[in-house]
Design a protein around this ligand. Structure first.
Ligand code: SF4
Ligand code: SF4
Length: 486
């Protein structure tokens, strides 16, 4: 006895139509962006990478055109993730599983792999026959060629991915000369194999069994969400129909199974909306072309909402079956309610998070100061009777220019400040190179009489510029609150 259903291979048939064209367009656009984006350049000045989109793991920096993200600004990534999640919920509430059908990487790459399979082995019946036939030379070369192209696409996909983490032209040249690190090679091999496996073999099983989104998407649906629907009122009772025969007592579905055999998920939408349906619309294209051939109105399968469906059902009840052929005008027209509490709520969250992120990006300082009080010992009593606290400070200069700063304190009267650079050399001016973090040790001494227990102390950092350096920007400043212990 088997505990699991045996997976049956699906051989989707080629189909033409509006939604198929939309899917091709979406695939070309998304794959084009994915493969081309690492090659885009963006001039940021000297000593800074000129790749428009780059995750520089060594330099601990993220670059997205004019935006640079430092590890300290990881909250921006959290914002991006929130925007992506709410954006997906918003799109789902409006258009159903539009992401699954047109933009999910699993769908896009599977579509591409099926296209390759079809190009080499032929359409549905030819592929099926080939699989069922014994091994011959023809089967061997067709299968080998298919798998080689799949592996090549997988390698290009993995290759493109690592370009996002390295300078693309340099890495390409290194790859060409087989001079790359094991980690780069490992990533390319892992992504090649995962693409090959996911799009070549796992296919619809990823959506059905692995992806959690398919499970909870219904929570985002309401009666006005666009879904794929079959108009049972119009289509049933289904059955074969000969040209010229009367439609009396018959539904418009001629039971040709075209909608089933083009479905990449292998389901029959006439059984109602199912979790497996990724809303790709290919069954609509298939059924519309059948309707065109038998000269009936299109839209037996269509994108529609639950509310519209209910109204249409009511409309059909008023129709005599013989009038269904011209029933387009009697059945209530399709209406969409885009503005609903749920969509308004998602739009509000999206615009709020988007505005907050934009403000955070525009207003973020180019200099940051962090101060850590030394704990062992917490304070030192000096021979002249004064008390000393030690601090470790870090100055982050996010600009593309070397900068000089001066440090002061506030809050402790008569505090004396001493800054020590590397090698314990006392410095007045704190120099921090462009795009870097510099550390200094700081000693703060006060006469014992002015310090009691734990006192607040504020460190103030201000940029110093000589007139020749003045670039017209306001000098940067930063501050950090700490404490002084006696
Ligand atoms: S039922 Fe139609 S829309 Fe749903 S996955 Fe199959 S072909 Fe795509
Ligand atoms: S393609 Fe249309 S007519 Fe053919 S079986 Fe599907 S619903 Fe019926």
């Amino acid at each position: 006895m088997s505990l699991f259903e045996t997976a049956r291979k699906i051989y989707p048939r080629r189909v033409k139509g509006t939604f198929r064209s939309l899917k091709w367009l979406s695939m070309i656009l998304l794959l084009g962006i994915y493969y081309a984006a690492p090659w885009l350049r963006w001039d940021r000045g000297p000593h800074v990478p000129d790749q428009a989109i780059l995750v520089d793991l060594v330099g601990q920096r993220g670059y997205f055109f004019g935006i640079e993200i430092w590890p300290q600004e990881v909250y921006l990534l959290v914002g991006v993730l929130i925007l992506a999640a709410i954006g997906l919920f918003f799109a789902t509430a409006l258009l159903g599983r539009v992401w699954c059908g047109y933009a999910c990487p699993q769908t896009v790459w599977t579509d591409l792999f099926v296209w390759v399979e079809r190009f080499v082995q032929g359409d549905r019946n030819a592929r099926r026959k080939l699989d069922e036939s014994a091994w011959t030379l023809e089967k061997l070369w067709k299968k080998t060629l298919t798998h080689l192209i799949w592996l090549l696409i997988g390698a290009v996909t993995g290759g493109a991915w690592v370009f996002y983490f390295n300078d693309a032209p340099t890495l390409f040249s290194d790859l060409w000369h087989l001079d790359v690190s094991w980690s780069v090679l490992g990533w390319i091999i892992a992504l090649t194999l995962s693409t090959y496996f996911m799009a070549g073999f796992a296919r619809e099983n990823v959506c059905t069994y692995m992806c959690p989104y398919a499970r909870f998407q219904s929570a985002m649906f309401d009666k006005d969400t666009l879904i794929i629907t079959y108009e049972a009122e119009r289509g049933e009772p289904r059955g074969k129909h000969k040209k010229g025969e009367s439609w009396d007592g018959k539904g418009h579905c001629i039971d040709c199974d075209s909608c089933v055999i083009v479905c990449p998920m292998g389901i029959d939408i006439r059984d109602g909306l199912q979790m497996q349906c990724i809303s790709c619309g290919l069954c609509i294209d298939a059924c519309n072309s059948v309707m065109d051939k038998i000269e009936l109105p299109r839209g037996l399968i269509r994108y529609d909402t639950e509310s519209n469906q209910r109204q249409r059902r009511e409309g059909y009840r008023t129709l005599d079956i013989a009038h269904r052929k011209s029933g387009k005008t009697v059945v209530p027209p399709q209406k969409m309610r885009w503005v609903r509490p749920r969509t308004v709520a998602y739009a509000l969250i999206l615009s709020t998070v988007g505005s907050l992120m934009l403000t955070a990006i525009v207003l973020r300082p180019m200099t940051e100061l962090t101060v850590n009080h030394a704990r062992a010992p917490q304070f030192v009593r000096l021979s002249d009777g004064s008390v000393r606290n030690n601090y470790q400070i870090k100055i982050l200069n996010k600009s593309h220019d070397d900068r000089a700063y001066r440090l002061n304190t506030q809050g402790l009267s008569q505090a004396r400040l001493e800054v020590l650079a590397a090698g314990d050399e006392t410095v007045e001016t704190l120099h921090v190179p462009a795009n870097s973090v510099a550390s200094f040790r700081v000693r703060v001494d006060t006469p014992e009489a002015t310090a009691h227990g734990r006192s607040d102390i504020r460190f103030l950092l201000s940029e110093t510029r000589n007139p020749a350096q003045n670039s017209g920007n306001t000098p940067e400043s930063a501050r950090h609150d700490s404490y002084f212990i006696r």
